[in-house]
Design a protein around this ligand. Structure first.
Ligand code: ZN
Length: 494
Protein backbone atom coordinates (compact mmCIF):
# COMPACT_ATOMS: atom_id res chain seq x y z
CA UNK A 1 0.00 0.00 0.00
CA UNK A 2 2.98 2.26 0.69
CA UNK A 3 3.82 2.29 -3.02
CA UNK A 4 0.40 3.67 -3.91
CA UNK A 5 1.28 6.95 -2.20
CA UNK A 6 4.66 7.05 -3.85
CA UNK A 7 2.94 6.68 -7.23
CA UNK A 8 0.53 9.48 -6.44
CA UNK A 9 3.43 11.72 -5.45
CA UNK A 10 5.28 11.01 -8.69
CA UNK A 11 2.09 11.63 -10.65
CA UNK A 12 1.57 15.01 -8.95
CA UNK A 13 5.18 16.02 -9.54
CA UNK A 14 4.82 15.18 -13.23
CA UNK A 15 1.70 17.35 -13.49
CA UNK A 16 3.08 20.32 -11.60
CA UNK A 17 4.95 23.25 -13.08
CA UNK A 18 8.60 23.63 -12.06
CA UNK A 19 8.94 25.01 -8.55
CA UNK A 20 5.94 23.06 -7.29
CA UNK A 21 5.73 23.36 -3.54
CA UNK A 22 7.75 26.59 -3.54
CA UNK A 23 4.83 28.79 -4.65
CA UNK A 24 4.26 31.89 -2.54
CA UNK A 25 1.00 32.05 -0.65
CA UNK A 26 -0.79 35.36 -0.07
CA UNK A 27 -3.63 35.44 2.46
CA UNK A 28 -5.57 38.66 1.97
CA UNK A 29 -7.71 40.75 4.31
CA UNK A 30 -7.49 38.36 7.22
CA UNK A 31 -7.75 39.18 10.92
CA UNK A 32 -4.73 37.87 12.80
CA UNK A 33 -5.11 36.25 16.21
CA UNK A 34 -1.76 35.64 17.81
CA UNK A 35 -0.78 35.24 21.48
CA UNK A 36 1.56 38.25 21.25
CA UNK A 37 -1.53 40.45 20.78
CA UNK A 38 -4.46 40.91 23.13
CA UNK A 39 -7.13 40.77 20.43
CA UNK A 40 -7.72 40.07 16.76
CA UNK A 41 -6.22 42.66 14.38
CA UNK A 42 -8.02 44.47 11.58
CA UNK A 43 -7.64 43.16 8.02
CA UNK A 44 -4.03 42.21 7.15
CA UNK A 45 -2.27 40.74 4.15
CA UNK A 46 0.13 37.91 4.92
CA UNK A 47 2.76 36.71 2.47
CA UNK A 48 4.27 33.28 2.96
CA UNK A 49 7.45 32.34 1.14
CA UNK A 50 9.61 29.23 1.42
CA UNK A 51 7.44 27.90 4.22
CA UNK A 52 7.84 30.93 6.47
CA UNK A 53 5.91 34.13 7.07
CA UNK A 54 7.67 36.69 4.86
CA UNK A 55 5.60 39.80 5.52
CA UNK A 56 2.46 41.06 7.23
CA UNK A 57 0.90 44.39 6.23
CA UNK A 58 -2.31 46.39 6.30
CA UNK A 59 -1.31 47.64 2.80
CA UNK A 60 -1.52 45.55 -0.37
CA UNK A 61 1.47 43.23 -0.86
CA UNK A 62 2.96 42.76 -4.33
CA UNK A 63 3.21 39.02 -4.90
CA UNK A 64 3.17 38.08 -8.57
CA UNK A 65 2.36 34.46 -9.19
CA UNK A 66 1.44 33.78 -5.58
CA UNK A 67 -1.47 31.55 -4.71
CA UNK A 68 -4.13 33.82 -3.18
CA UNK A 69 -6.55 33.04 -0.39
CA UNK A 70 -9.37 35.37 0.53
CA UNK A 71 -9.25 35.84 4.29
CA UNK A 72 -12.18 38.22 4.59
CA UNK A 73 -14.24 37.50 7.72
CA UNK A 74 -11.71 34.84 8.69
CA UNK A 75 -9.05 34.57 11.38
CA UNK A 76 -5.44 33.52 10.94
CA UNK A 77 -4.08 31.75 14.02
CA UNK A 78 -0.88 29.81 14.74
CA UNK A 79 -1.20 26.06 14.26
CA UNK A 80 -1.85 24.08 17.43
CA UNK A 81 0.95 22.23 19.19
CA UNK A 82 0.07 19.18 21.28
CA UNK A 83 3.05 18.52 23.57
CA UNK A 84 2.12 15.03 24.71
CA UNK A 85 1.26 12.44 22.06
CA UNK A 86 2.35 8.91 21.15
CA UNK A 87 2.46 8.42 17.40
CA UNK A 88 3.86 4.88 17.79
CA UNK A 89 0.63 3.51 19.24
CA UNK A 90 -2.20 2.49 16.94
CA UNK A 91 -5.14 3.48 19.15
CA UNK A 92 -7.10 0.58 20.62
CA UNK A 93 -5.14 -2.21 18.95
CA UNK A 94 -3.33 -4.71 21.18
CA UNK A 95 0.30 -3.74 21.85
CA UNK A 96 2.96 -5.27 19.67
CA UNK A 97 0.29 -7.25 17.85
CA UNK A 98 1.57 -7.94 14.37
CA UNK A 99 -0.84 -10.83 14.18
CA UNK A 100 -2.69 -11.33 10.94
CA UNK A 101 -6.02 -9.98 12.23
CA UNK A 102 -4.92 -6.49 13.12
CA UNK A 103 -1.91 -5.82 10.86
CA UNK A 104 -4.05 -4.29 8.10
CA UNK A 105 -5.97 -2.12 10.59
CA UNK A 106 -2.70 -0.97 12.12
CA UNK A 107 -1.34 0.03 8.71
CA UNK A 108 -4.50 1.97 7.91
CA UNK A 109 -4.35 3.73 11.26
CA UNK A 110 -0.76 4.85 10.73
CA UNK A 111 -1.57 6.19 7.25
CA UNK A 112 -4.48 8.27 8.53
CA UNK A 113 -2.98 9.37 11.87
CA UNK A 114 -0.97 12.43 10.71
CA UNK A 115 -3.91 13.67 8.64
CA UNK A 116 -6.22 13.36 11.63
CA UNK A 117 -3.95 15.66 13.64
CA UNK A 118 -3.95 18.16 10.79
CA UNK A 119 -7.74 17.84 10.39
CA UNK A 120 -8.02 19.37 13.87
CA UNK A 121 -5.39 22.01 13.21
CA UNK A 122 -2.56 20.28 15.10
CA UNK A 123 0.44 21.23 12.98
CA UNK A 124 3.24 20.21 15.35
CA UNK A 125 3.43 17.55 18.00
CA UNK A 126 5.81 16.34 20.69
CA UNK A 127 5.95 12.58 21.08
CA UNK A 128 6.99 11.92 24.66
CA UNK A 129 7.91 8.25 24.31
CA UNK A 130 8.00 6.50 20.96
CA UNK A 131 10.10 4.04 19.01
CA UNK A 132 12.47 5.40 16.33
CA UNK A 133 11.07 3.26 13.50
CA UNK A 134 7.47 4.36 14.12
CA UNK A 135 8.48 8.01 14.56
CA UNK A 136 10.13 7.69 11.14
CA UNK A 137 6.99 6.09 9.72
CA UNK A 138 4.93 9.09 10.87
CA UNK A 139 7.30 11.44 9.09
CA UNK A 140 7.28 9.33 5.93
CA UNK A 141 3.58 10.04 5.33
CA UNK A 142 2.94 12.61 2.58
CA UNK A 143 1.21 15.11 4.91
CA UNK A 144 2.15 15.19 8.57
CA UNK A 145 2.54 17.66 11.44
CA UNK A 146 6.11 18.61 12.35
CA UNK A 147 7.28 15.97 14.81
CA UNK A 148 9.54 16.40 17.83
CA UNK A 149 10.24 13.78 20.44
CA UNK A 150 11.47 13.11 23.96
CA UNK A 151 13.72 10.17 24.69
CA UNK A 152 12.36 7.79 27.33
CA UNK A 153 14.63 6.88 30.26
CA UNK A 154 12.65 4.46 32.44
CA UNK A 155 14.30 2.98 35.51
CA UNK A 156 15.25 -0.70 35.14
CA UNK A 157 12.07 -2.86 35.37
CA UNK A 158 9.98 0.21 36.24
CA UNK A 159 6.87 1.59 34.57
CA UNK A 160 6.14 1.45 31.67
CA UNK A 161 8.57 -1.37 30.80
CA UNK A 162 7.14 -3.35 33.75
CA UNK A 163 4.13 -3.94 31.47
CA UNK A 164 6.36 -5.62 28.86
CA UNK A 165 7.35 -9.30 29.06
CA UNK A 166 10.80 -9.54 30.75
CA UNK A 167 12.01 -11.67 27.83
CA UNK A 168 11.81 -8.73 25.41
CA UNK A 169 11.69 -5.74 27.80
CA UNK A 170 15.37 -4.75 27.60
CA UNK A 171 15.51 -5.15 23.84
CA UNK A 172 12.32 -3.16 23.17
CA UNK A 173 13.35 -0.29 25.44
CA UNK A 174 17.16 -0.38 25.63
CA UNK A 175 17.49 3.08 27.21
CA UNK A 176 16.74 2.04 30.79
CA UNK A 177 18.64 3.50 33.72
CA UNK A 178 20.24 1.16 36.24
CA UNK A 179 19.35 2.04 39.82
CA UNK A 180 21.91 0.71 42.35
CA UNK A 181 19.48 1.33 45.22
CA UNK A 182 17.12 -1.27 43.67
CA UNK A 183 19.91 -3.80 42.96
CA UNK A 184 18.62 -6.50 45.27
CA UNK A 185 15.21 -6.84 43.62
CA UNK A 186 16.24 -5.53 40.20
CA UNK A 187 19.82 -6.63 39.47
CA UNK A 188 21.59 -5.81 36.24
CA UNK A 189 20.21 -8.12 33.49
CA UNK A 190 22.61 -10.79 32.20
CA UNK A 191 24.97 -9.41 29.56
CA UNK A 192 24.30 -5.75 30.40
CA UNK A 193 27.09 -3.39 31.41
CA UNK A 194 26.29 -0.93 34.22
CA UNK A 195 28.37 1.82 32.60
CA UNK A 196 26.05 1.81 29.55
CA UNK A 197 23.06 2.46 31.81
CA UNK A 198 24.16 5.33 34.02
CA UNK A 199 21.90 8.40 33.80
CA UNK A 200 24.70 10.25 31.97
CA UNK A 201 25.18 7.48 29.38
CA UNK A 202 21.45 7.21 28.71
CA UNK A 203 21.03 10.98 28.29
CA UNK A 204 23.98 10.90 25.86
CA UNK A 205 22.33 8.11 23.83
CA UNK A 206 18.93 9.84 23.74
CA UNK A 207 20.39 13.22 22.83
CA UNK A 208 22.33 11.61 19.98
CA UNK A 209 19.01 10.26 18.68
CA UNK A 210 17.61 13.78 18.36
CA UNK A 211 15.59 13.92 21.58
CA UNK A 212 14.32 17.38 22.53
CA UNK A 213 13.60 16.36 26.12
CA UNK A 214 14.16 13.41 28.47
CA UNK A 215 11.11 11.56 29.79
CA UNK A 216 11.16 9.77 33.12
CA UNK A 217 8.39 7.75 34.70
CA UNK A 218 7.52 8.23 38.33
CA UNK A 219 4.90 5.55 38.85
CA UNK A 220 4.96 2.80 41.48
CA UNK A 221 1.49 1.50 40.49
CA UNK A 222 -1.75 3.12 39.39
CA UNK A 223 -4.08 4.55 42.01
CA UNK A 224 -3.31 3.22 45.47
CA UNK A 225 -1.13 0.37 44.22
CA UNK A 226 2.60 0.15 44.78
CA UNK A 227 4.57 -2.58 43.04
CA UNK A 228 6.97 -1.01 40.54
CA UNK A 229 10.50 0.26 41.30
CA UNK A 230 11.32 4.00 41.18
CA UNK A 231 14.49 5.91 40.46
CA UNK A 232 16.15 7.30 43.61
CA UNK A 233 16.33 11.07 44.02
CA UNK A 234 20.14 10.89 43.67
CA UNK A 235 20.03 9.03 40.36
CA UNK A 236 17.29 11.30 39.06
CA UNK A 237 19.34 14.36 40.05
CA UNK A 238 22.27 13.03 37.98
CA UNK A 239 19.93 12.49 35.03
CA UNK A 240 18.49 16.00 35.46
CA UNK A 241 21.96 17.55 35.52
CA UNK A 242 23.10 15.55 32.50
CA UNK A 243 19.97 16.57 30.55
CA UNK A 244 20.41 20.23 31.48
CA UNK A 245 24.04 20.13 30.41
CA UNK A 246 22.67 19.37 26.95
CA UNK A 247 19.88 21.96 27.17
CA UNK A 248 17.17 19.29 27.42
CA UNK A 249 14.25 19.61 29.85
CA UNK A 250 13.20 16.61 31.96
CA UNK A 251 9.55 15.67 31.70
CA UNK A 252 8.09 13.32 34.29
CA UNK A 253 5.14 10.96 34.10
CA UNK A 254 3.18 11.05 37.35
CA UNK A 255 -0.48 11.77 38.13
CA UNK A 256 -0.62 11.08 41.86
CA UNK A 257 0.44 13.65 44.41
CA UNK A 258 2.97 11.36 46.16
CA UNK A 259 4.59 10.50 42.83
CA UNK A 260 4.86 14.13 41.75
CA UNK A 261 6.43 14.95 45.12
CA UNK A 262 8.91 12.11 44.61
CA UNK A 263 9.75 13.51 41.16
CA UNK A 264 10.30 17.01 42.54
CA UNK A 265 12.94 15.73 44.95
CA UNK A 266 15.18 14.70 42.03
CA UNK A 267 14.50 17.67 39.77
CA UNK A 268 11.88 18.02 37.05
CA UNK A 269 10.95 20.65 34.44
CA UNK A 270 7.53 19.45 33.26
CA UNK A 271 4.85 17.17 34.67
CA UNK A 272 3.45 15.04 31.85
CA UNK A 273 0.10 14.77 33.67
CA UNK A 274 -2.10 16.75 35.95
CA UNK A 275 -2.83 15.37 39.40
CA UNK A 276 -6.09 13.50 39.79
CA UNK A 277 -4.99 10.98 42.44
CA UNK A 278 -5.03 12.92 45.68
CA UNK A 279 -4.64 9.90 47.99
CA UNK A 280 -6.21 10.46 51.39
CA UNK A 281 -6.93 14.07 50.46
CA UNK A 282 -9.66 13.11 47.94
CA UNK A 283 -12.55 15.53 48.34
CA UNK A 284 -15.83 15.92 46.45
CA UNK A 285 -15.21 19.63 45.87
CA UNK A 286 -12.69 22.37 46.40
CA UNK A 287 -8.93 21.94 46.72
CA UNK A 288 -7.65 20.24 49.89
CA UNK A 289 -4.73 22.04 51.60
CA UNK A 290 -2.15 19.41 50.71
CA UNK A 291 -3.09 19.61 47.01
CA UNK A 292 -3.12 23.41 47.10
CA UNK A 293 0.36 23.42 48.69
CA UNK A 294 1.65 21.06 46.00
CA UNK A 295 0.22 23.20 43.19
CA UNK A 296 1.74 26.31 44.77
CA UNK A 297 5.14 24.59 44.74
CA UNK A 298 4.69 23.73 41.04
CA UNK A 299 3.96 27.38 40.40
CA UNK A 300 6.83 28.68 42.55
CA UNK A 301 9.32 26.39 40.82
CA UNK A 302 7.97 27.26 37.37
CA UNK A 303 7.33 23.59 36.50
CA UNK A 304 5.42 22.99 33.25
CA UNK A 305 2.05 21.32 33.76
CA UNK A 306 0.28 19.11 31.23
CA UNK A 307 -3.22 18.57 32.61
CA UNK A 308 -3.99 15.67 30.18
CA UNK A 309 -7.65 15.60 31.24
CA UNK A 310 -8.47 13.38 28.27
CA UNK A 311 -6.57 10.47 29.84
CA UNK A 312 -9.32 9.99 32.40
CA UNK A 313 -12.23 11.08 30.21
CA UNK A 314 -10.99 8.63 27.56
CA UNK A 315 -11.23 5.80 30.10
CA UNK A 316 -14.76 6.95 30.97
CA UNK A 317 -15.59 6.87 27.24
CA UNK A 318 -14.85 3.12 27.14
CA UNK A 319 -17.78 2.57 29.50
CA UNK A 320 -20.21 4.93 27.82
CA UNK A 321 -22.54 2.95 25.56
CA UNK A 322 -22.79 5.56 22.80
CA UNK A 323 -19.13 6.64 22.47
CA UNK A 324 -18.63 5.17 19.01
CA UNK A 325 -21.82 6.81 17.74
CA UNK A 326 -20.11 10.22 17.86
CA UNK A 327 -20.06 11.13 14.13
CA UNK A 328 -16.73 13.00 14.42
CA UNK A 329 -14.83 9.71 14.76
CA UNK A 330 -15.55 8.97 11.09
CA UNK A 331 -13.41 12.02 10.25
CA UNK A 332 -10.33 10.80 12.13
CA UNK A 333 -10.58 6.98 12.22
CA UNK A 334 -10.42 4.68 9.17
CA UNK A 335 -13.87 3.11 8.65
CA UNK A 336 -12.65 -0.49 9.04
CA UNK A 337 -10.98 0.28 12.36
CA UNK A 338 -14.02 2.14 13.65
CA UNK A 339 -16.09 -0.92 12.86
CA UNK A 340 -13.57 -3.19 14.57
CA UNK A 341 -13.71 -1.21 17.85
CA UNK A 342 -17.36 -2.20 18.19
CA UNK A 343 -16.64 -5.92 17.81
CA UNK A 344 -16.06 -8.29 20.70
CA UNK A 345 -12.32 -8.37 19.90
CA UNK A 346 -12.24 -4.57 19.73
CA UNK A 347 -13.56 -4.36 23.29
CA UNK A 348 -10.52 -6.21 24.74
CA UNK A 349 -9.17 -3.34 26.80
CA UNK A 350 -12.54 -2.43 28.22
CA UNK A 351 -12.88 -6.04 29.38
CA UNK A 352 -9.40 -5.95 30.95
CA UNK A 353 -10.22 -2.74 32.80
CA UNK A 354 -13.55 -4.13 33.94
CA UNK A 355 -11.86 -7.21 35.39
CA UNK A 356 -9.48 -4.86 37.18
CA UNK A 357 -12.46 -3.12 38.73
CA UNK A 358 -13.85 -6.39 40.11
CA UNK A 359 -16.53 -6.41 37.42
CA UNK A 360 -18.35 -3.32 38.64
CA UNK A 361 -21.09 -2.08 36.31
CA UNK A 362 -20.17 0.10 33.32
CA UNK A 363 -22.04 3.02 34.89
CA UNK A 364 -20.11 2.72 38.17
CA UNK A 365 -16.72 2.65 36.43
CA UNK A 366 -17.66 5.58 34.19
CA UNK A 367 -18.80 7.51 37.23
CA UNK A 368 -15.53 6.87 39.10
CA UNK A 369 -13.50 8.02 36.11
CA UNK A 370 -15.51 11.19 35.77
CA UNK A 371 -15.03 11.93 39.47
CA UNK A 372 -11.25 11.49 39.02
CA UNK A 373 -11.29 13.74 35.95
CA UNK A 374 -13.13 16.35 37.97
CA UNK A 375 -10.25 16.40 40.48
CA UNK A 376 -7.92 16.95 37.51
CA UNK A 377 -10.10 19.86 36.38
CA UNK A 378 -10.12 21.49 39.80
CA UNK A 379 -6.33 21.16 40.02
CA UNK A 380 -5.68 22.79 36.65
CA UNK A 381 -8.14 25.59 37.37
CA UNK A 382 -6.45 26.27 40.71
CA UNK A 383 -3.05 26.37 39.05
CA UNK A 384 -4.33 28.74 36.37
CA UNK A 385 -5.75 31.02 39.07
CA UNK A 386 -2.28 31.18 40.65
CA UNK A 387 -1.15 32.75 37.37
CA UNK A 388 0.58 29.63 36.09
CA UNK A 389 0.99 29.31 32.29
CA UNK A 390 -0.50 26.00 31.09
CA UNK A 391 0.54 23.60 28.33
CA UNK A 392 -1.84 21.94 25.90
CA UNK A 393 -1.22 18.20 26.03
CA UNK A 394 -3.73 15.44 25.38
CA UNK A 395 -1.58 12.29 25.83
CA UNK A 396 -3.14 10.69 22.74
CA UNK A 397 -3.40 7.79 23.28
CA UNK A 398 -2.57 7.24 26.93
CA UNK A 399 -3.51 3.58 26.57
CA UNK A 400 -5.34 1.34 24.11
CA UNK A 401 -8.41 3.54 24.49
CA UNK A 402 -10.44 4.02 21.33
CA UNK A 403 -12.10 7.21 22.50
CA UNK A 404 -8.74 9.01 22.37
CA UNK A 405 -8.19 9.65 18.67
CA UNK A 406 -5.50 11.85 17.11
CA UNK A 407 -6.49 15.46 16.57
CA UNK A 408 -9.98 15.11 17.94
CA UNK A 409 -8.52 14.35 21.35
CA UNK A 410 -6.40 17.52 21.26
CA UNK A 411 -9.53 19.53 20.49
CA UNK A 412 -11.44 17.80 23.28
CA UNK A 413 -8.59 18.51 25.71
CA UNK A 414 -9.02 22.20 24.89
CA UNK A 415 -12.76 21.86 25.39
CA UNK A 416 -12.21 20.12 28.74
CA UNK A 417 -9.94 22.97 29.82
CA UNK A 418 -12.69 25.44 28.90
CA UNK A 419 -15.20 23.38 30.88
CA UNK A 420 -12.79 23.47 33.83
CA UNK A 421 -13.10 27.25 33.77
CA UNK A 422 -9.85 28.15 32.02
CA UNK A 423 -10.40 31.32 29.94
CA UNK A 424 -10.08 31.15 26.15
CA UNK A 425 -6.97 33.34 25.96
CA UNK A 426 -5.12 31.07 28.42
CA UNK A 427 -6.10 27.99 26.38
CA UNK A 428 -4.91 29.80 23.25
CA UNK A 429 -1.49 30.44 24.80
CA UNK A 430 -1.31 26.86 26.15
CA UNK A 431 -1.89 25.54 22.61
CA UNK A 432 0.64 27.81 20.94
CA UNK A 433 3.34 29.97 22.53
CA UNK A 434 3.54 28.24 25.93
CA UNK A 435 4.21 24.84 24.38
CA UNK A 436 6.71 26.37 21.95
CA UNK A 437 8.61 28.16 24.75
CA UNK A 438 8.60 25.18 27.10
CA UNK A 439 10.32 22.97 24.54
CA UNK A 440 12.64 25.58 22.98
CA UNK A 441 10.66 25.97 19.75
CA UNK A 442 9.50 29.59 20.04
CA UNK A 443 11.98 30.90 17.50
CA UNK A 444 10.01 29.00 14.85
CA UNK A 445 6.54 28.45 16.27
CA UNK A 446 3.82 29.80 18.51
CA UNK A 447 2.80 33.17 17.02
CA UNK A 448 1.82 34.70 13.69
CA UNK A 449 4.93 36.85 13.17
CA UNK A 450 7.36 37.48 10.33
CA UNK A 451 10.12 34.88 10.22
CA UNK A 452 8.20 32.06 11.86
CA UNK A 453 7.39 28.75 10.18
CA UNK A 454 4.06 29.07 8.36
CA UNK A 455 2.12 26.42 10.28
CA UNK A 456 -1.14 28.34 10.50
CA UNK A 457 -4.89 27.93 10.65
CA UNK A 458 -7.46 29.88 8.70
CA UNK A 459 -10.52 29.81 10.96
CA UNK A 460 -14.07 30.97 10.28
CA UNK A 461 -14.56 32.07 13.90
CA UNK A 462 -12.43 33.83 16.50
CA UNK A 463 -10.82 31.41 19.01
CA UNK A 464 -10.73 34.22 21.59
CA UNK A 465 -14.54 34.23 21.47
CA UNK A 466 -15.45 30.54 21.39
CA UNK A 467 -13.66 27.24 21.95
CA UNK A 468 -15.59 25.82 18.98
CA UNK A 469 -13.64 28.14 16.67
CA UNK A 470 -10.79 25.61 16.91
CA UNK A 471 -12.97 23.17 15.02
CA UNK A 472 -14.17 25.73 12.46
CA UNK A 473 -11.18 25.35 10.18
CA UNK A 474 -11.27 26.52 6.58
CA UNK A 475 -7.64 25.79 5.67
CA UNK A 476 -4.66 24.30 7.42
CA UNK A 477 -1.41 25.92 6.30
CA UNK A 478 1.45 23.47 6.72
CA UNK A 479 4.89 24.94 6.06
CA UNK A 480 3.32 27.40 3.66
CA UNK A 481 1.07 24.93 1.82
CA UNK A 482 -2.67 25.52 2.21
CA UNK A 483 -4.68 22.33 2.68
CA UNK A 484 -8.47 22.10 2.49
CA UNK A 485 -9.71 20.50 5.68
CA UNK A 486 -11.99 17.84 4.24
CA UNK A 487 -9.19 16.41 2.03
CA UNK A 488 -7.62 15.23 5.31
CA UNK A 489 -10.70 13.40 6.62
CA UNK A 490 -10.64 9.62 7.08
CA UNK A 491 -13.97 9.40 5.23
CA UNK A 492 -12.97 11.69 2.36
CA UNK A 493 -14.06 10.64 -1.11
CA UNK A 494 -11.02 9.14 -2.84
ZN1 ZN B 1 1.81 9.59 27.57
Amino acid sequence: MQTRFLNVAIFLLALSPPGFGATDLLIENVAIVSPDQARATGPRNVLIRDGRIASISDKPIEAKGAQRLNGRNKFLAPGIMDSHVHVSDAVGLPYGGDDIDTAALRAEYFRQQPRSYLYFGVTHVLDTFGTPDLLAQFESQPQHPDLFHCGGAPVLDGYPTALIDPGVRYKLVPTWVYEPANAEKHPLPAGADAKDHTPEAIVETLAAGGARCIKIFVEDGFGERSMWPLMSADTQRRLYNAAHAKGLPVIAHGNAIDMQQHAMAGGVDVFAHGIWHWGKANAPQGIPDVVAAHLKTIHARNIGYQATLRVVYGEADLFRHDTLKDPVYAKVVPAALLKWYATDAGQWYKKAMKADYGDASDEKIMHDEIVAADRGRRAVKYLHDLGHPLLLASDTPSGPIYGNQPGYDTYREMRSMAQAGIPLDAIFRAATINNAKQFGLDRDYGTVQVGKIANLLLLTANPLESIRAWSMIDRIVLRGVAIERETLAADRVR
